[in-house]
Design a protein around this ligand. Sequence first.
Ligand code: HEC
Ligand code: HEC
Ligand code: HEC
Ligand code: HEC
Ligand code: HEC
Length: 184
Amino acid sequence: MAPEQRLLASIRTIVLIAPVALMITFFAVYKFSWRVKEQPFPFPHNVHAGTRQIDCKYCHRGTDKGYMAGVPSVSDCWACHQNLMGKSSVDPNANVIDRPDVQRLLKDYVETKKEIKWYKVYDMPEHVKFPHKAHINAGLQCVECHGKVEDMKVVTMNQVPHMGWCVGCHRQKNAPTDCTVCHN
Ligand code: HEC
Ligand code: HEC
Ligand code: HEC
Ligand code: HEC
Ligand code: HEC
């Protein structure tokens, strides 16, 4: 083969192989590192906090009261969902009729007195104190730390809560930065 032919052949090989290699790489990265662990029960934030505009604090009652934001129990879900079947919402065009499978799933959990074991997205190490109350009372919004949860079907971490991030904002907003403020 003449040198230019060899060059052409190798370019052709690269052009053919590169997309395949890229696809394999993307798949591997997606599968092994970006993949979101599945919750035991589908709970779409975009439907509840987005389309239906239910207030974050309606479900996360602890945010302005203590350390943990807290997650509602199944009986809280059911209290609202048992009234959805076959009824229209305030907006007659919205046609809120619950899916029978969702009704059945929730009812099963309530009747067997089981709680849904949600996996945690955010999980702070034991040696750190993070009081939601102090932040909400200082006027911070959920979106500043958690991103636009109302658009998320599955909650993903918006910001890794590392020490530099906490201290950076504390400095900026004149919040305390002594070690013992955040550590026991
Ligand atoms: C204050 C009322 C309310 C509460 C509390 C509530 N939901 Fe819902 N949920 C709704 C409404 C309204 C819909 C939309 C139904 C529709 O559009 O037909 C819905 C829809 C759903 C859907 C179906 C979403 C879809 O894409 O079709 C699931 C699953 C669901 N809810 C699970 C839950 C779980 C789990 C909880 C408790 C953690 C919960 N809901 C708490 C009102 C509520
Ligand atoms: C109808 C009830 C409901 C509403 C309204 C709601 N959430 Fe949630 N939220 C849940 C449930 C149930 C979970 C646990 C399952 C999951 O992670 O999706 C959760 C999980 C979360 C998590 C992840 C917690 C963790 O570390 O595992 C964040 C962050 C969160 N919600 C923020 C918000 C914000 C911000 C809003 C308002 C924009 C909001 N939520 C509105 C019920 C609700
Ligand atoms: C200053 C940043 C910040 C703000 C503002 C904030 N959060 Fe959080 N949130 C965090 C951090 C950090 C964690 C992890 C704490 C932990 O694991 O103990 C967390 C954890 C959570 C969790 C899961 C663990 C728990 O505490 O139950 C939920 C749910 C949650 N936040 C909801 C909300 C909602 C709803 C709002 C708004 C009303 C809000 N957060 C405002 C930083 C924030
Ligand atoms: C977006 C800004 C912001 C971020 C991010 C943030 N904080 Fe704060 N934090 C504040 C503000 C503002 C206050 C209220 C200060 C006050 O009341 O004077 C506060 C208060 C606190 C307090 C209570 C202080 C006291 O007076 O007792 C603790 C503890 C705390 N934050 C821990 C953390 C930890 C841990 C993180 C990271 C996981 C974090 N914060 C991230 C802004 C932030
Ligand atoms: C505003 C809150 C805040 C303040 C103030 C703070 N820390 Fe932290 N620190 C954290 C958070 C959140 C973590 C856990 C996340 C991480 O490792 O970055 C942490 C982690 C650590 C760790 C463990 C690191 C590791 O790799 O496990 C050490 C050690 C530490 N901090 C020491 C200190 C010392 C010393 C001070 C005072 C000079 C201090 N911290 C002040 C929030 C804070």
